[in-house]
Design a protein around this ligand. Structure first.
Ligand code: AMP
Ligand code: GLY
Length: 429
């Protein structure tokens, strides 16, 4: 089979790495891919300047692509799946209407409320006067979210009323660090432990992936601003079998039912970002219509099954035939980022030490570029250093050993990925 992978991040590198191991795949194209992706077997990167959906369609036809896999959310929210299907091209991912679960926080909340799914209490606003009035009646901290996609940067947890009022004004006028929104969601701050519940979905069939936990905050001890994710591990004790069954019954199924009532069929990865309270009740913080990044790196490192068969079963609506196999190891991904991220950061800094190897580890590229025989930084999150171990402690130690072999000026990382799990420090432990 010929495969096309759309995207250029660490998640897409992890997907490409797994796809390249599939016996039924002969050729993989990545648009645009990254230097790590192009080094995988069978892979060729392709650059198209500002590709439109029609450009992807033309490419898929010209290269006889049998299956296209969409990594990031933006093309899904733009409707790439609908357009591919109109052209009789096979593509993995949810359609435009279903992708609104991620693309529009207000749509997502509407589905959650109709399905009586636990989520933070919230209100949606389109003007700063009513939003400010509402803020004045709420307890702090409070969570303010820009509607629409913002690569993990459109969510603000605010401790003081004055800051909240200023932020609302800035969001509506486009002065909030480049993020502007005509619709904002204000919601109650939930306390608890976060975990990622990601499944493959095709209509009524739901197949959960291995459990995982991301570390969204920039700094150690879950402090500092939100990021796209600074590290992840799998599995997590936060989601035991009992909780997984509860999430499927009380969250995933009602969500799919509500979509179905609106005539929307879900197919692809469905990612529920959960906050688990001290009584082990899972609340939905957000839905994503794709794999998590860096969760994908940690999860796919443990996948034994052929990922292309999983994609095909989903697209062909035959998920009930699938049993996913995982290795028995724990995995840990440490993100190496550029100083300044998630705000402004420098690019084009030479990365050293990538050639070192430690068995059972893998470096997934995210924001890198290749020039004159060397690899340079080219983004906020640069690399996802991932390791397997007989338990999380071993995986974590190996991931940090390998992460420490890599260097560039301005490299930053968290030092505590997986630490709470290892030390049993969760609120209900
Ligand atoms: P979201 O994009 O909605 O998942 O938000 C990004 C991150 O912000 C989440 O992973 C949480 O760490 C945090 N967050 C979002 N909503 C809430 C909430 N209601 N209470 C506490 N933290 C939240
Ligand atoms: N790691 C969080 C996300 O992919 O949205």
């Amino acid at each position: 089979m010929n495969i096309l992978i759309i995207g250029s991040g660490g998640r897409e590198h992890a997907i490409a790495w797994k796809v390249s191991q599939s016996k039924i795949v002969s050729k993989i194209y990545a648009i645009p891919g990254n230097p790590g992706i192009s080094k995988e077997k069978k892979v060729e990167n392709f650059e198209i300047e500002n590709p439109s959906i029609q450009d992807y369609i033309r490419f898929a036809k010209s290269k006889n692509i049998d299956l296209t896999i969409v990594g990031p959310e933006a093309p899904l929210v733009d409707g790439i799946v609908d357009e591919f299907k109109k052209n009789n091209l096979k593509i993995f991912g949810p359609c435009k209407a279903a992708s609104q679960l991620e693309g529009s926080k207000s749509f997502c909340k509407d589905i959650l409320n109709s399905g009586k799914v636990l989520t933070a209490k919230h209100e949606t606003f389109t003007d700063s006067i009513s939003a400010s009035k509402y803020i004045k009646k709420q307890n702090m901290p409070i969570v303010i979210k820009a509607d629409g996609l913002a690569a993990g940067k459109g969510v603000f947890i605010v401790e003081e009323e004055e800051t909240a009022l200023k932020l609302i004004n800035d969001l509506f006028t486009g002065n909030a660090d480049g993020i502007s929104s005509s619709v904002i969601v204000i919601e109650e701050f939930l306390k608890g432990e976060e975990a990622s519940f990601i499944c493959l979905v095709s209509g009524d069939s739901i197949v959960p992936l291995a459990s995982s936990k991301d570390h969204k905050k920039l700094n150690n001890g879950d402090t500092g601003p939100n990021t796209g994710g600074m590290g992840a591990y799998s599995p997590t004790s936060l989601i035991d079998e009992k909780l997984a069954n509860k999430v499927i019954k009380e969250i995933i199924k009602p969500t799919l039912y509500e979509l179905k009532k609106r005539g929307i069929f879900y197919s692809g990865f469905l990612y529920a970002g959960l906050m688990i309270d001290k009584n082990k009740n899972p609340y939905v913080l957000e839905y994503n219509c794709r794999l998590g990044d860096p969760e994908a790196q940690a999860i796919l490192m443990r996948l034994e099954s052929d990922i292309v068969e999983l994609f095909l079963s989903t697209v062909d609506n035959e998920l009930e035939k699938i049993k996913i196999l995982w290795n028995e190891y724990a995995s840990c991904t440490v993100v190496l980022a550029s100083e300044g991220y998630p705000g402004k950061y420098k690019k084009n800094i030479k990365i050293e030490g990538l050639e070192h190897e430690i068995s059972g580890t893998k470096i997934f590229h995210a924001g890198t570029k290749f020039e004159n025989g060397s690899i340079y930084t080219n983004g906020g999150r640069v690399l996802g250093v991932t390791a397997l171990g007989v338990n999380l402690q071993v995986a974590q130690a190996k991931a940090y050993d390998r992460a420490n072999q890599v260097s560039w000026e301005g490299k930053i990382k968290r030092h505590d990925i997986g630490e709470k799990e290892i030390r049993g420090k969760f609120i209900f432990s």
